[in-house]
Design a protein around this ligand. Structure first.
Ligand SMILES: C[S@@+](CC[C@H](N)C(=O)[O-])C[C@H]1O[C@@H](n2cnc3c(N)ncnc32)[C@H](O)[C@@H]1O
Ligand SMILES: [Zn+2]
Length: 420
């Protein structure tokens, strides 16, 4: 692991994930937008001065759903049928959100090591629907915990019980996984149980095993009580010392627990929605390697500052990371040795002779162009999973761009044709 550099990507996490080798990450924590129908924004100070930080959490089908959906639908028809059904109950925004999440969860599962774990942070807006997607992708038997993060904060409204918890789902990729039991100090409730005090003031209680009674001293159980799945960790107040100003920043204490429980020093931890990089800071402090990804320039700029300077703005905490705009390229797929004719014929059969963009049918494979689904200049490679056939017109529209551009253009042109 010594040669793995910590990395911070400014990009859509789906593009980064597509370029990562399978089976490489030990632990993934993700805290995506929750489908809260809000804009999160706040003015914050960065190395470039005060800027507006934030991201949208309002979803719609056209802007948020990557049209690589087409291949997603083909390979996961049941999953898509489920998302479609939820769309009927909750509307298109939820459908768009769940599709966005499902595409990414599938890729996260792929890059996770077989012994790896994933923690998905969400809230009851979408938790029930996300759980089913996770069960689908990870297998229901690999569901390990629903952690409730319980906190106190100001809330409005009197017609409901005050909403004061988030949900964190924990999944593993198999039944072999890292898990270090965590402890927390005994609360008053357990101390009451130690109802005897000896002459030296030490508290103890009786413990009965198979009819035999033993004295158990409170101080002998000094590790504390094994952590349960309801975590009382204070919400980050506006004056908290670790506060960066980034909206939705999570407390380091939360990430410390997750990383300590499900990884070991030297392991690789990834946060694909890293915001102001709470996970990266916690991972660094716990001697893990890390990858952070965020699509927002502002978030990443803030992260760079947070990672390099302490609160005084002087001392460099750690600089040992690469801020990257270029996407990774997979090296674990075997390159094709077929010639272009063979490739055309293979895909001509697979696509039933039709263009993957406009759907037009051609009588011969030679009428098609071979296209890299993820453009060559990005993460796409000369491997079967990344190739398709397009007609000449679609190929020139798409050029070096992703599929969503082509499909949106075709859609726009068709709707214009309907108007005229
Ligand atoms: C809830 S915030 C994460 C906050 C983070 N846990 C922290 O402590 O700062 C969600 C983040 O996801 C980012 N995001 C949204 N869509 C993304 C995408 N497709 N790829 C990468 N990041 C994305 C947003 O810019 C935002 O910073
Ligand atoms: Zn076409």
């Amino acid at each position: 692991m010594a040669d793995v550099k910590n990395k911070l990507y400014v990009a859509d996490n789906l593009d980064v994930l597509h370029g990562m080798n399978s089976n490489t990450v030990d632990l993934i924590y993700l805290d995506p937008p929750f489908n809260s129908k809000r804009m999160y924004s706040a003015p914050i100070g960065t190395a470039k001065g005060v800027v507006e930080a934030g991201f949208h959490d309002i979803w719609n089908w056209d802007d948020d759903v990557d049209i690589r959906l087409e291949s997603f639908l083909d390979s996961n028809p049941h999953l898509f049928a489920y998302i479609d059904l939820v769309g009927h109950i909750h509307g298109l925004a939820m459908k768009a959100y769940l599709t966005f999440m499902a595409q990414r969860i599938i890729e996260m599962h792929r890059v996770l090591k077989d012994i790896g774990s994933l923690y998905l942070h969400c809230d009851p807006t979408a938790s029930h629907y996300l759980k089913i997607i996770l069960d689908w992708v990870f297998g229901k038997d690999n569901f390990r915990n629903e952690v409730v993060w319980s906190y106190r904060r100001w809330t409005a409204g009197n017609k409901n019980f005050q909403r004061m918890h988030d949900i964190i789902f924990r999944y593993t990729k198999s039944d072999q996984f890292a898990f270090n039991v965590q402890y927390e100090p005994y609360g008053d409730w357990i101390k009451k149980d130690y109802s005897y005090t000896d002459k030296d003031g030490r508290r103890w209680r009786w413990h009965t095993v198979k009819g035999n009674r033993y004295k158990v001293y409170l101080e002998d159980e000094n590790k504390g009580v094994k952590l349960n799945d309801v975590w009382q960790i204070p919400y980050l107040g506006s004056t908290a010392k670790e506060r960066t100003g980034y909206p939705t920043q999570k407390p380091l204490a939360l990430l410390d627990r997750i990383i300590s429980a499900s990884s070991n020093p030297g392991d690789l931890v990834m946060d694909p929605f890293c915001g102001c990089a709470t996970t990266c800071v916690a991972a660094q402090n716990l001697h893990r390697k890390w990858i952070g990804i965020d699509v927002s320039d502002v978030a990443v700029d803030l992260v760079a500052t947070r990672l390099q300077y302490d609160e005084g703005g002087q001392v460099k905490m750690f600089q040992d990371f690469l801020p990257l705009k270029t996407l990774p390229i997979r090296t674990d797929q075997t390159k094709l040795t077929w010639d272009k004719k063979q490739i055309r014929e293979h895909f001509y059969g697979k696509q039933n002779g039709s263009c993957n963009g406009c759907g037009e049918h051609f009588t011969h494979a030679r009428h098609f162009h071979i296209d890299h689904i993820h453009p060559k200049s990005k993460e796409g490679g000369w491997v079967l999973e990344n190739l398709q056939l397009l007609c000449g017109s679609c190929n020139s529209i798409k050029g070096n761009r992703p599929m969503e551009y082509l499909l949106k253009t075709i859609k726009a042109r068709r709707s214009q044709q309907q108007i005229y």
